[in-house]
Design a protein around this ligand. Structure first.
Ligand SMILES: Nc1nc2c(ncn2[C@@H]2O[C@H](COP(=O)(O)OP(=O)(O)OP(=O)(O)O)[C@@H](O)[C@H]2O)c(=O)[nH]1
Ligand SMILES: [Mg+2]
Length: 449
């Protein structure tokens, strides 16, 4: 059986069940879902605009092509991919469906694909319900993977703000994914080092823009299509043969590094039929990035071409971030589910709301909630909020807040002094100052034993 989110979530599940025993609330599907959420792995929703590549990313994470992908608008229902042991859970609301399947992170995450936020079909309402917990049947995600291609739009920031409000402020549980990364400036950037730096920079720039708008996120640039190619076994011998021809001819290779448009004429000038490239073009929409990353020399085969797609895709970096969030599943799940329960109670009149709020307030004073302020600060420290802090100071603070032994980067009193200088909210904002204060408190406690 799959493990639940943790002891605090278990307490909340028990509270939801005890509420459901009251005469007037018996059989409430909403309360059953709160309890189920608390006993499931972390619910992670993938959201973004139509065709931003959400389902492709989901397939890559699943390692199977279960989600429909198309150039045209495709996903019409919020789709929950979850471990087969979670079959038989309370029914999901309208506009939602569940697919039970094993995947590498299935024992740590429930992965939720969603209709694009800017669709005209109305299907995005189910996505919005999940993002803002504003509907009894909507469910709630406890972490969000938000896909953008290029710069985020003004609407993106608002959606993120809705979701962040669910955690009563920043929790560090939003991952901004700069998707279709291999398409970034393909023809403009020739050198692979420069290409890589530019993609990182694009994602970081997006992250900083969001931070200015008060959304504190962490960002990862990913080529989800190449990840899907690698993980779903799409590479065939015919692709390998074509790549071999290209990289074996210095001139073809040079033009291929600048993308399909430049390769085509040189290919034809060699007397080769243009259509011969079609299978490879279908497999790898942006050729340049991949070719420039192929190892020079060495035998190329299906396994090594797939491995190259996997490396270039950077999906493993996103998975590392998701696994880190899953380490904090207890905090993230119980925070999202508590806020959802509060909103639900508010919709049921002031008398019920008062009782539910009181019970929740009492629950949150329990021993199983004690480490949360520190874990929360550690999560926020993993985002861009305090990006100017030297990495050694930050890594040490994160380990300290998580209760993991880690040598301080220098004498402890000097490190504390550096953090103390950051507790002034004037320069970097209230949240950054709060986090710095939490670090100082934890460090002083360590110093004084
Ligand atoms: N070049 C490139 N194209 C991609 C990538 N990921 C997805 N695509 C293409 O983008 C189009 C849309 O992909 P989907 O995964 O269906 O996008 P979606 O966000 O799920 O779309 P909806 O479900 O309609 O909202 C398809 O043609 C994909 O092949 C990528 O990493 N690189
Ligand atoms: Mg889709």
């Amino acid at each position: 059986m799959i493990a639940g989110s943790g002891p605090a979530s278990e307490s909340l599940a028990a509270l939801a069940e005890s509420l459901a025993e009251q005469e007037e609330l018996r059989g409430e599907g909403f309360l059953a879902d709160i309890a189920a959420q608390c006993r499931q792995p972390l619910r992670v929703m993938v959201a973004g605009y139509v065709s931003s590549g959400k389902s492709t990313l989901v397939n890559a994470l699943l390692g199977r092509e279960l989600a429909g992908v198309d150039r045209r608008e495709t996903t019409a229902e919020v789709t929950w991919y979850r471990h087969p042991d979670l079959a038989g859970q309370p029914p999901l609301g309208e506009g939602n469906r569940a697919v039970e399947t094993g995947f590498p992170l299935a024992d740590r995450l429930v992965l939720i694909d969603s209709p694009g936020l800017n669709t005209d079909s109305g299907a995005h309402r189910s996505t919005l319900d999940l993002l803002s917990a504003c509907h009894d049947e909507g469910g709630t995600a406890a972490a969000l993977v938000y896909l953008v291609v290029g710069e985020p739009a003004a609407g993106d920031v608002e959606r993120l703000a809705d979701f962040i409000a669910l955690g009563s402020g920043d929790l560090g549980n939003v991952v901004l994914v700069g998707g279709k990364a291999e398409t970034v400036s393909e023809t403009a950037i020739k050198d692979s080092v420069e290409r890589r730096a530019t993609i990182e920079e694009t994602a970081a720039k997006t992250e900083r823009r969001l931070l200015i708008r008060k959304a504190c996120v962490r960002s990862v640039a990913v080529s989800q299509h190449l990840a899907m190619v690698a993980r779903c076994g799409r590479v065939r011998q015919e692709h390998v043969d074509l790549v071999r021809v290209i990289v074996g001819d210095p001139e073809l290779r040079r033009f291929a590094e600048n993308g399909w448009a430049q390769l085509g004429p040189v290919w034809s000038a060699r007397g080769r039929p243009a259509g011969a490239l079609d299978p490879l073009r279908a497999l790898i929409p942006s050729l340049g990035w991949l070719v420039s990353e192929l190892p020079a020399g060495g035998e190329l085969d299906v396994a090594s071409l797939s491995a190259c797609c996997e490396r270039v895709s950077r999906l493993s970096r996103l998975e590392r971030v998701l696994a880190e969030l899953a380490d904090d599943a207890d905090l993230l799940t119980v925070t999202a589910a508590t806020e959802r329960l509060r909103r639900w109670a508010d919709r049921r009149g002031s008398e019920r709301a008062t009782t539910v709020h009181e019970r929740l307030d009492k629950l949150w004073t329990g021993a199983e909630f004690k480490t949360f302020p520190w874990r929360r600060a550690a999560l926020v420290l993993s985002t861009s909020l305090l990006a100017d802090i030297p990495v050694a100071d930050r890594d040490w603070a994160i380990a300290l807040l998580r209760g993991e032994p880690h040598d301080p980067p220098g004498p402890l009193t000097a490190v504390i002094q550096r953090w103390r200088r950051r507790t002034d909210s004037g320069t970097r904002g209230v949240l950054a100052a709060d986090v710095a204060r939490t670090v100082v408190t934890a460090a002083v406690r360590q110093l004084t034993g």
